[in-house]
Ligand binder design. Structure first.
Ligand SMILES: Cc1cc2nc3c(=O)[nH]c(=O)nc-3n(C[C@H](O)[C@H](O)[C@H](O)COP(=O)(O)O)c2cc1C
Length: 204
């Protein structure tokens, strides 16, 4: 297949992208509404983008009418959010939080999850998640036509990681069992893990 992006419709491009850029990690994000309601939702347009200081980026699409999703709106207002790793044992509950409930309803409660207070941010984290990264907003970059999406860049100011999944500062990914997003409604679990050294250059 050979296509210039300008010859494809928006939906064709979206379908291609979510199939081509895969598997994607899933950020399970909590934020706080103006009424103190804990909002939660999963996002797979997500990755780590800097390590000194640690920074994460999550891309939150605008709604069809151009308005922001609750996650984006809350982060813009409070400057804080928490990113949890989407673990296999919690993935159905995490998926439940993607339901477009009105802002007055906490997806966390509806999904049967509970929260504990954040350490350095006012946004609570999800108690059942073994990994939570408390973030302070660095920048929101509005991307695309409309804009299409808000790219949210946050600095991790606190890591709350269960000792069960970390050993001498190294994460045991098999114990963590992260789930990744594929295209459509498909997900993948961690496959077989293998190691490979990076090549070293030796001048001739
Ligand atoms: C696994 C998964 C990944 C998702 N990834 C994204 C994403 O990267 N960007 C996005 O805007 N919405 C994504 N969504 C949809 C949002 O979770 C959904 O719109 C949610 O209702 C937003 O919540 P909010 O309005 O409380 O912010 C994803 C949904 C699921 C189930």
């Amino acid at each position: 297949m050979q296509k210039d992006a300008k010859d494809l419709s928006a939906i064709e491009i979206y379908k291609l992208l979510i199939g081509l850029v895969t598997p994607r990690p899933i950020a399970f994000v909590t934020t706080l509404s103006e009424n103190g309601i804990v909002n939660a939702a999963p996002f797979s347009f997500y990755n780590v983008v800097c390590s000194d200081p640690p920074m994460l980026a999550v891309s939150v699409a605008r709604k069809d009418d151009g308005s922001s999703k609750d996650t984006s709106r809350n982060i813009r207002r409070t400057g804080e959010f928490v990113v949890h790793t989407a673990e296999e044992s919690l993935i159905e509950k995490i998926n439940h939080t993607s339901c477009p409930y009105p802002s007055s309803i906490s997806e966390v409660e509806r999904a049967g999850l509970t929260t504990v207070p954040g350490k350095l941010v006012k946004v609570p984290r999800v108690a059942e998640c073994r990994v939570a990264m408390e973030c302070k907003l660095v920048q929101i970059v509005e991307l695309g036509n409309g804009p299409d999406s808000d790219l949210i860049i946050g600095e991790v100011v606190h890591f709350a990681v269960d000792d069960e999944v970390v050993n001498n500062g190294r994460v045991d990914v098999e114990k963590l069992a992260p789930v990744a997003r594929l295209a459509g409604s498909n997900y993948s679990k961690l496959g077989s893990v293998f190691a490979m050294e990076r090549p070293k250059y030796t001048p001739e």
